[in-house]
Ligand binder design. Structure first.
Ligand code: ADP
Length: 528
């Protein structure tokens, strides 16, 4: 290890090779109950330096764990899957090249949602990014490699990648799609190139370090309206699920639709009511309903948006109103103009409508931001539900603030029968472990929901971390037994994937053996 560190210091400069206790501790912070021994952290600034790092690691047989920014909150943050890895932190690589005419950017791993958003804004580019709820400071590339998603029409992040640059475990640099053809001009506009389509192999895997990708951006539409609805009747969920499928399959909705349970909204807008609950967990139905009534939160709450020309949006709104008729207590569309109007006259409007308009604005603004390409921190508040600390300060960092969050994210066919069966499995498991079940159903295709279930706990509270991990484990097992498989897992659950031997995982292991026989890159990640 000593010799490897010296070689890396030569290649990167000593200040970019960290192995002091404070640095290693800060990279090891996570919102899930794990702690990994991290041997060192390397901070390259170029693809050439990444190649050198890999060659040195190979020579000295040291395992590396690449991260883009390392804010993979709820899945392990910057922590490797295995012990004693050296983290390769790519956050210094922040290059952005824009092609406004063809609506794409070529970006490096350290480009965050905020920096890409600002870059476009500063240049007056009429293009939007698709932000995730993970906040402004996360990597755009890192999320695409985990096949994460947002909720605008460009929400499927892997589907927006056009051409990748990858450092292989032997240090060679691979360009996918047309990128390896000299003078290729269509690499960023036709991702598949010719021959086997390799890009997927470098997502949720450990076969290479991705140093650059092309990413498609959404042209700002002529018009856009946020759509919010809610129902006070749990039994309306069946109909809402069927309506969502119908609107998506017909193409009336081009963006994603979210159906959020009351508990999920409560965790976003408040913190655990320890006083009302007299220190007991989980949150009782009675108290949950009381809090929801105060804030006018329905038992199910829908969020989506309509994009297009003014005429398209008008037509889509009429179809949505018709489709949801009789299934909601409230249904509103909010345009930029309407929002500005509410913001200008909060007092008189509160008096006229009987609504608390400042509160309405506070609730609507973040959703409006995310659905129009502006990354906000609003969804991150969830992490602070059981944590004594309040989300505050310039930039929210749930790992720094010792929050407890573990995501469980299974995929469910978009039918009411599946949603009902799924609920009948997960709700009792949360109850059994003394935790709140906070379902969000997010359409990830026109035929499937991903259910992002945050397992929220207080890492400082006796027994909470153990309960959270037991809950995570039981959810994985019980859902998989009924066919509901997660689209992504945290570093502590990678070994669970490998517990089942199959042609699929054997093939993944053979690929790994072939590309990286010494196991230099991210050992244990997603079956490899
Ligand atoms: P973010 O900060 O955007 O949430 P991370 O940087 O934590 O994302 O990336 C999420 C995961 O994806 C990491 O744990 C790592 O395993 C993998 N990863 C991230 N960036 C790269 C990369 N450039 N090359 C290969 N794998 C990566």
């Amino acid at each position: 290890m000593k010799a490897a560190l010296e070689a890396w210091q030569q290649a990167l400069g000593a200040e970019h090779v960290l192995n002091d206790t404070d640095s290693l501790q800060s990279y090891g912070r996570a919102t899930i109950p794990i702690s990994r021994r991290i041997s060192a952290v390397l901070r390259p600034e170029s693809t050439e330096q990444v190649s050198s790092i890999v060659r040195i690691a190979s020579e000295h047989r040291v395992s590396l764990y690449p991260i883009s920014v390392g804010r993979n909150w709820g899945y392990g943050s910057a922590n490797p899957v295995a012990e004693d890895n050296v983290i390769v932190d790519l956050s210094r690589m922040q290059g952005i090249e824009l092609n406004g005419e063809l609506a794409y950017a070529v970006i490096e791993p350290g480009v965050t949602q905020e920096s890409l958003y600002r870059y476009l804004k500063d240049r007056g580019a009429q293009l939007w990014i698709d932000p995730t709820g993970a906040g402004p400071q996360v990597s755009v590339l890192g999320n695409a490699l985990e096949r994460g998603y947002g909720i605008t029409p460009y929400g499927d992040h892997f589907a927006q990648i056009a051409g990748m640059e990858i450092v292989l475990p032997d240090g060679q640099v691979l360009h996918t799609g047309f990128g390896h053809w000299e003078n290729a001009v269509a690499t960023r506009v036709f991702p598949r190139g010719i021959g086997p389509y390799l890009d997927g192999l470098f997502t949720q895997s450990n076969l290479g370090i991705v140093t650059r990708i092309g990413v498609w951006l959404m042209p700002v539409p002529e018009h856009f309206e946020l759509c919010l609805f809610s129902t006070d009747k749990d039994e309306n969920l069946d109909g809402l699920v069927n309506s969502a499928r119908c609107l998506l399959l017909q193409g009336v909705l081009r963006s994603s639709l979210n159906l959020m349970h009351r508990n999920r909204i409560l965790t976003m807008v408040s913190q655990y009511p320890w006083d009302l609950m007299q220190g007991q967990t989980p949150l009782s139905e009675e108290v949950a309903q009381k809090l929801a009534d105060q804030k006018r939160i329905g038992i199910w709450n829908g969020v989506t948006a309509v994009y297009g020309t003014r005429r398209q949006v008008r037509a889509a709104k009429a179809v949505i109103r018709h489709e949801l008729k009789g299934q909601t207590n409230r249904l509103v569309f909010i345009s930029q103009k309407k929002l500005e109007f509410l913001e200008r006259f909060p007092g008189p409007l509160s008096w006229i409508t009987g609504l608390n308009i400042p509160e309405v604005i506070e609730a609507v603004r973040p959703g409006f931001g995310v659905l129009s390409g502006n990354p906000t921190e609003s969804s991150l508040a969830v992490c602070y539900w059981r944590t004594p600390k309040k989300p505050s300060g310039a930039s929210i960092d749930p790992a720094r603030d010792a929050c407890g969050l573990n995501w469980f994210a299974p995929v469910i066919p978009m039918t009411s029968a599946h949603v009902r069966e799924f609920r009948s499995i997960v709700e009792p498991i949360f109850e059994k472990h003394g935790l709140e079940c906070c379902i969000t159903l997010t359409s990830v295709t026109a035929r499937a929901f991903d259910c992002t279930l945050p397992i929220l706990f207080d890492p400082q509270r006796q027994g909470d971390p153990e309960r959270a991990e037991a809950c995570n484990r039981e959810l994985l097992e019980a859902c998989a037994a009924c066919g509901y498989i997660p689209y992504r897992v945290g570093v502590q659950s990678m070994s669970w994937l490998k517990e089942r031997s199959s042609v699929y995982w054997d093939f993944v292991a053979r690929l790994k053996q072939c590309v990286d026989p010494a196991g230099i890159l991210a050992p244990g990640r997603y079956g490899g």
